[in-house]
Design a protein around this ligand. Structure first.
Ligand SMILES: *Cc1c(COP(=O)(O)O)cnc(C)c1O
Length: 435
């Protein structure tokens, strides 16, 4: 492991995409092996007892840990520049574990209101039922408004690098400063940017989450998630706020995670040994294997997704039938300055949203004419797709509710895949011509 860490420290992110996490020894398989086994064999009960006590590293049951998953998690940790990582069955499970690992009944979390709809529902409905309270703040709030959202029982701040679907860019400095001034970590969902375009730990984030279902897998083949720890947050310095990490865990023989595993390992060890043990949201080794194949080309693919996104955004911004375009990498976008500051070469992702002149019916008519972009409830894979939020993901909302979350009846979300840029533009052009 130390050897692996030294190797990875000296190579760039492209090399990490291809080779981090799994480094076979003499005669071992070159490709990440799929360890499709629920259980592992030991010679003595004493050997196994050491694993149960977290006294030794090893595997005993795939609900907790599996070698294939750990190889792939180690690659994602290397991409983000973190000290530890775990895979989960979905992005939703990653978001839930990352927050619930430190905020439980009676606690409070400050979150940006510009986050993925599934995260918003998880926080605002399901986790409230579990006794966790949330205050949502505008991504563009002032420092005073942000600080005013904290309470004595606040345990974390949550935001999204590039929000799905609003395409706002997180003001990392402002959110990290407020979190740290209040002695709590900043948790960031880095799904849309991926570590290729943003490394949140370099901008003050402490924990990163991913829906690996999107660009990391990149081929629409498996649902998954990941959590990465920067190893920077000093839990013991705020021990009164984080009893779960800083006092003995009676369900694990009195281990104090922050003491035994330090800043580098406490968060992920606790999430694995408590939350994964009890909730069981494990990623299947087969999916982790497919995810790894996706990660090997992530750096190549993100370039094309971004070139397609920018090409389409530029075309749309000059089209007379288009009212407004949201794309943070487009000069003049409301979030362009933040994109330049926090995203590598201001590159964001392949998702572009725009409002079409006219109403809901024009949006639907336009989409029906597309030949390359397919209508799907998905984003961020190799094939271009599009969605009309008002008649799909946000269908249950009234016109007023739609407006309050920035989604109008004429808004269309386009996810640019890996096809040729000019072909994508031509497809959109011919569909616009028909309406
Ligand atoms: C899709 C998505 C999620 C949820 O991930 P699943 O893998 O679908 O559970 C979380 N955050 C963002 C930004 C997403 O796009």
């Amino acid at each position: 492991m130390a050897e692996e860490k030294n190797f990875m420290k000296n190579v760039d992110i492209e090399t990490r995409c291809v080779q981090a996490g799994y480094r076979p020894k003499n005669g071992e398989p070159r490709e990440v092996p799929i360890i499709q086994s629920t259980t592992f064999k030991y010679d003595t009960s004493a050997d196994m007892a050491k694993l149960f006590d977290l006294e030794a590293d090893g595997y005993f049951y795939s609900r907790l840990q599996n070698p294939t998953n750990d190889y792939v998690a180690a690659k994602i940790a290397a991409l983000e520049g973190g000290t530890a990582a775990m895979l989960t069955s979905s992005g939703q499970a990653a978001t839930f574990f990352a927050v619930f690992n430190i905020a439980t009944a009676g606690d409070h979390v400050v979150a940006s209101s510009s986050i993925y709809g599934g995260s918003f529902n998880l926080f605002n409905v399901t986790m409230r039922k579990m006794g966790v309270d949330f205050t949502f703040v505008s991504p563009d709030c002032t420092e005073e408004e942000l600080n005013a959202a904290f309470k004595p029982n606040t345990k974390a701040v949550f935001g999204e690098t590039i929000a799905n679907p609003a395409l706002t860019v997180l003001d990392f400095e402002k959110f990290a400063r407020a979190a740290h001034a209040h002695g709590v970590p900043l948790i960031v969902d880095n799904t849309f940017a991926t570590p290729i375009n943003c490394r949140p730990f370099e901008h003050g984030a402490d924990i990163v989450t991913h829906s690996t279902t999107k660009y990391m897998d990149g081929h629409g083949s498996c649902v998954g998630g990941a959590i990465v720890d920067s190893g920077n947050f000093d839990w013991m310095a705020h021990a009164d706020k984080f009893p779960g990490l800083c006092t003995p865990d009676e369900s694990y023989h009195g281990i104090t995670y922050a003491e035994k595993f330090g800043k580098e390992g406490a968060f992920i060890t606790k999430a694995t040994s408590q939350l994964m043990r009890d909730f069981g949201s494990i990623q299947s080794p087969q999916n982790a294997y497919l995810l790894n194949i996706g990660l090997e080309s992530l750096h190549c693919r993100m370039k094309q997704h971004c070139a397609n996104g920018l090409g389409l955004a530029k075309f749309l911004s000059q089209h007379p039938k288009v009212e407004h375009v949201n794309y943070p990498s487009l000069p003049g976008d409301k979030y362009y300055d933040r994109a330049k500051k926090y995203l590598k070469d201001a590159q964001s992702c392949g998702v572009v949203s725009f409002t079409i002149r006219g109403g809901r019916a024009d949006a639907e008519a336009f989409m029906k004419e597309l030949k390359i972009f397919a209508i799907e409830t998905h984003v961020a894979d190799a094939r271009s797709c599009c969605l009309h939020p008002a008649s799909s993901t946000h269908r249950q909302m009234t016109e007023e509710e739609l407006i309050s979350c920035g989604i109008s009846g004429n808004l269309i979300r386009m996810s640019c895949g890996l096809e040729n840029t000019e072909d994508l533009i031509a497809d959109v052009a011919q569909a616009l011509d028909k309406i």
